[in-house]
Design a protein around this ligand. Structure first.
Ligand SMILES: C[S@@+](CC[C@H](N)C(=O)[O-])C[C@H]1O[C@@H](n2cnc3c(N)ncnc32)[C@H](O)[C@@H]1O
Length: 434
């Protein structure tokens, strides 16, 4: 029997669900906001906690808003469209600060205002699922459905770069016409300022006619089309034969960053530029500074840091990204930046000696950088560390080491609204050696 519970929402969980306490347990409630009173349907009931989804809002938060998108609630691409964009940041900031205090007892000296651009049309990279489901009308293209392995049948997406969103209906028609639409599991999309690109993963060899259809699609939509028959190393251009590199350009300093469609790049163009500026401010760069930019990717931060410092060394573990970062250094005619290939998670970091650096920027994946922080405090002991994080839990763990065990002070921290409408929390923290 379906169980429905009425409860007040007391706070937000780390993934921005509402938290209620009822029947002696904690409930995580989808689409519920702090201060609201809701009736929620139980979807999972465990001994200590349970999960629910809002059926009816009895007392409404002033920050609740109408979702803009018809797929909201089904599509797993967004989870927070029912919350006003500015209040999404209030919740995320609280989650970030709570996690820091709870896990490591750290309270920053100052909390910076959140950084962010437009909450819509920002996603310039995405991996879209493809499924042939005749009973749902044929080929579906979209993000996975929320909590399910189905593909949402999207005709548009309000968070995707609109050049890509507009392609969705014709993309579905194109895949329907291919000889084996059931053997196309995904299309990766990427948008540079100059060009859009689509990478079609195919599990069977494509026919000559398939390739003709894909080429016609590329020409008529002014897109570059790539094919991927296996792992990421198998990605090859189909049309044009020699596609231009994708590129974004920073409006403030004119720096150009080139990338290929499967490279890691920060997904949100306008927020990324604000993040790079904030990193420069927080590093308090002076012409004599030597900066280590760890996990540098395509050189997104390296290039701008170099224009303000004496030297910068970018360090990256993916050989393809190292090549890209080096060619971006050359493209921008930067003489004081180098890029080194190094696996920062390997044990050999213990004896690694990249040279003297007085300031360090760390921008690791979600798993964080505990071993890198251990190495930092054991060797360089830089006067200033800027830590860009996409996971508050690993940030709290790593700052615990730097602050509680090695004398760094968390001077400032701020939210970076890189993924509006989603619960992802990105932040930037400034640490100074006391
Ligand atoms: C969050 S991204 C940041 C990239 C870059 N700073 C930017 O702003 O675009 C993390 C980067 O860490 C790199 N990475 C992952 N594991 C690594 C490792 N073991 N050693 C070095 N770099 C690694 C990834 O390839 C990726 O480029």
């Amino acid at each position: 029997m379906v169980k429905v519970i009425e409860a007040e929402i007391l706070s937000s969980s780390s993934d921005c669900r509402g938290i209620a306490r009822q029947d002696g347990k904690v409930w995580f409630v989808d689409f519920a906001l702090p201060t609201e009173v809701v009736r929620f349907r139980v979807i999972k009931n465990k001994n200590s906690h349970g999960f629910g989804v809002v059926e009816e809002v009895l007392k409404r938060s002033p920050s609740r808003t109408e979702p803009h998108c018809e797929y909201f609630g089904i599509c797993g691409g967004c989870a927070l469209q029912h919350i006003e964009a500015s209040y999404q940041n209030v919740i995320k900031q609280q989650v970030l600060l709570d996690q820091l205090e709870r896990d490591s007892g750290i309270v920053p000296q100052q909390v910076l205002p959140p950084l962010g651009g437009s909450p819509w049309g920002y996603r310039r990279k995405a991996r879209l699922g493809v499924r042939l489901v005749p009973k749902k009308g044929g080929v579906l293209v979209g993000f996975r459905e929320k909590n399910k392995n189905y593909v949402t049948n999207l005709d548009r997406c309000l968070t995707l770069d609109q050049r890509i969103s507009h392609l969705l209906p014709s993309l579905k028609r194109l895949i329907t016409q291919l000889s084996r639409p059931d053997r196309i599991p995904q299309v990766e999309v990427a948008a540079g300022d100059n060009q859009i690109a689509l990478v079609f993963r195919h599990l069977e060899a494509l026919s000559g006619n398939d390739c003709t259809l894909l080429e016609e699609f590329a020409r008529s939509h002014d897109a570059c089309v790539y094919l991927q028959s296996g792992g990421v190393g198998t990605v090859k251009p189909l049309y044009p034969e020699e596609p231009p590199m994708l590129e974004y350009r920073f409006s403030k300093n004119g720096i150009r960053v080139q990338f290929s469609p499967t490279d890691f790049i920060q997904v949100n163009s306008s927020t990324n530029e604000l993040m790079v500026q904030r990193a420069v401010e927080l590093l308090e760069l002076k012409p004599a500074d030597n900066v280590l930019d760890l996990f540098c990717g395509v050189g997104n931060l390296t290039l701008t840091l170099a224009s303000e410092a004496s030297s910068v060394l970018g360090v990256e573990g993916d050989p393809g990204l190292v090549q890209r970062a080096r060619s971006n250094v050359r493209l921008n005619k930067i003489g004081n930046a180098k890029v080194e290939h190094f696996d920062l998670y390997s044990d050999s970091i213990e004896t690694w000696d990249p040279g003297p650096f007085n300031k360090v920027l760390i921008d690791p994946p979600r798993s964080g950088a505990l071993n890198v922080c251990k190495w930092l405090v054991g060797s360089l002991k830089p006067e200033r560390v800027i830590y860009i994080s996409c996971n508050p839990a690993t940030l709290a763990r790593d700052l615990n080491l730097l602050v509680n065990e090695h004398g760094y002070i968390l001077k400032r921290i701020g939210l970076i609204d890189m993924f509006p409408q989603t619960p992802h929390i990105e932040s930037i923290a400034e640490l100074e050696l006391s």
